[in-house]
Design a protein around this ligand. Structure first.
Ligand code: GRG
Length: 295
């Protein structure tokens, strides 16, 4: 199967699963389900669940039993976007081409919709642990997911970004913040998928290298797109990094150098996949696809 068909196929299965997670409507708290679905079902690249499925597929094809874990990643990611858009954080009016959650439902519901999605992610993941063939592997995978989204992962990165940002003096400081804020749940998607599939320590090590490289390349690309893309393509306001006086990769290197580093990181990520031979072809193509994205 060619890469585009493979990707479309994965995204369709993810959308189908996501569509059926939050179905409640007619009880008194119906508004919260609507607000959660408003953001969860508003498109997006579905990168994290796709990565989890792609890593799992290196070892096993029974995708149905890992779909709940993959979609948990998307729920965690979506909650972080809702909270990141709040006035107390990045204060963004648009996300994924539509009004951000708080602009549509108000701040209180947006906060609760984010909380609801985070909780639902673990309800869904834990439900899947109970029915997984190898419960221990499944628990280990969920533990990796939980840690990556917590204070030593994504939340920690957000804190560094918001409160320690003016102390970021070097590219190394910035890479540390990125490795937590964006990198941690990209990495855990891949590692959780591999653990669920039964990867050994050597295979996990290679996947960790791959994940670290594409996570950083993804974030550098995000910094580049904030300068070069448009609201229509990106689905959110561009130029916000400069407007908010944010330190980004482009505070340290030129756009050309940043683009060169994206290409180099992608090459290194691809090299880390050599132990898997042809089985890693979709992960390799995914890394390449991320460098060529325009949103
Ligand atoms: C609020 C705890 C908390 C954390 C927020 C993820 C995050 C941390 C903030 C988002 C800010 C941001 C724009 C980061 C840059 C990289 C990034 C995560 C972009 C959005 O992810 P995509 O491009 O979005 O995968 P889609 O919409 O395609 O899912």
């Amino acid at each position: 199967m060619d890469f585009n068909s493979w990707l479309t196929n994965k995204i369709n299965s993810i959308e189908e699963y996501l569509n059926n997670i939050i179905k409640e409507k007619s009880n008194p708290q119906g508004l919260i389900y609507e607000a959660m679905n408003y953001s969860l079902l508003s498109g997006g690249k579905r990168l994290r669940p796709v990565l989890l499925l792609a890593a799992y597929e290196l070892f096993n094809n029974n995708l149905e039993c890992v779909m709940p874990f993959a979609c948990s990643m998307e729920m965690i990611h979506t909650y972080s976007l809702i909270h990141d858009d709040l006035p107390a954080m990045d204060n963004d009016d648009y996300r994924r081409g539509r009004l951000s959650n708080h602009k549509k439902y108000g701040e209180a519901i947006a906060i609760l919709a984010g909380d609801g999605l985070l909780n639902k992610a673990f309800e869904t993941g834990l439900g899947a642990v109970l029915s997984y063939d190898d419960n221990k592997k499944a628990l280990k995978a969920l533990n990796v997911i939980a840690k990556s989204s917590g204070v030593n992962g994504m939340i920690g990165g957000q804190v560094v970004d918001m409160y320690v940002h003016n102390k970021i003096k070097s590219l190394e400081d910035l890479k540390y913040m990125y490795s937590l804020k964006t990198g941690a749940i990209i990495k855990s998607s891949i590692i959780a998928g591999a653990i669920l599939g039964g990867a050994d320590e050597v295979q996990l090590k290679s996947l960790e290298i791959y994940a670290g490289k594409i996570g950083l390349a993804f974030q550098i690309e995000d910094d580049i797109l904030d300068v070069t893309s448009t609201l229509e393509k990106l689905g959110k306001k561009t130029g916000s990094d400069i407007a908010n006086d944010k330190i980004t990769y482009l505070s340290f290197v030129s756009i050309e150098e940043a683009q060169r580093q994206v290409v180099q990181l992608t090459k290194e990520a691809t090299e880390a996949m050599s132990i898997f031979g042809d089985k890693a072809k979709y992960l390799i193509e995914l890394a390449d696809y991320l460098t060529k994205r325009d949103h």
